[in-house]
Design a protein around this ligand. Structure first.
Ligand SMILES: [Zn+2]
Length: 238
């Protein structure tokens, strides 16, 4: 395939002692004429994502382990930060505190790099194999993230994920539909459309009392997101 690439510019940045160069390019590409499969993707912050066609993509366990380690480092840091009654704020800036703060910063950097790598691979795979994708509003996932971690970290990660996906899907000539926080992806039955009042997190299987469907919770959510994408596509083309 012949593609025209135009280099728009380059940015040099330095993060935690490492230098990075990013190059911005403009690529002209024609939209593929063949219809592509419509899928829904249920994304977990730590677990593998589930695609409505049955695939489970990119287990993020290494990331989860690092997040656990970060939690430990942060707890240690906050202990060092505590000042005993009567002590001045000097304690906060002790050498030990500074050392610990640096450890936390490095772990943040390491996690950001791993996450970027995981997200790049995952979004490339999705954009390459799916033409139309339905996905949840991922900022909501950030809000539900592990409370021991800063919500901002999770939010930023999810924002980055969505940005990668938008860019790659657009590049591949596909469509991405993001369901709002009100879309009942876990409560809806992907077979008959019945919506349950409650679907607690501990219920790993979805059981429909109306049509009798019994299905994995995440796969059901992914199928609902595929349905959502199909609906949006119909509205768009109507
Ligand atoms: Zn049902």
């Amino acid at each position: 395939m012949c593609e025209r690439v135009k280099i728009l510019g380059a940015t040099v940045s330095c993060e935690a002692g490492h230098w990075y160069v990013s190059i911005q390019v403009e690529i002209k590409k024609e939209r593929p004429a063949t219809p592509s499969p419509v899928v829904g993707v249920d994304v977990g912050l730590k677990q593998a994502a589930v695609v409505s066609d049955g695939r489970r993509l990119q287990n993020q366990r290494p990331l989860a382990l690092h997040l656990k380690k970060l939690g430990k480092l942060q707890r240690k840091l906050s202990k060092k930060q505590k000042t005993k009654a009567g002590e001045t704020k000097r304690t906060v800036f002790s050498n030990n505190y500074e050392k610990q703060r640096l450890k936390v910063a490095r772990k943040h950097q390491q996690i950001a790099n791993i996450r970027r790598d995981v997200q790049h691979k995952f979004t490339t795979e999705l954009a390459r194999t799916c033409g139309v994708i339905g996905i949840e509003d991922l900022h909501l996932l950030g809000m539900m993230a592990n409370r021991k971690l800063a919500r901002a970290v999770a939010d930023a990660a999810m924002g980055q994920f969505l940005q990668f996906l938008k860019t790659k899907v657009a590049y591949a000539g596909g469509d991405l539909f993001v369901a709002s926080r009100w879309f009942p992806s876990t409560k809806r039955c992907s077979c008959c459309g019945h919506i349950k009042k409650r679907m607690p997190l501990k219920h790993r299987t979805y059981q429909c009392l109306v049509c009798g469907l019994v299905i994995d919770r995440d796969l059901n959510a992914a199928l609902n997101l595929a349905w959502f994408a199909r609906e949006m596509l119909c509205q768009l083309r109507a």
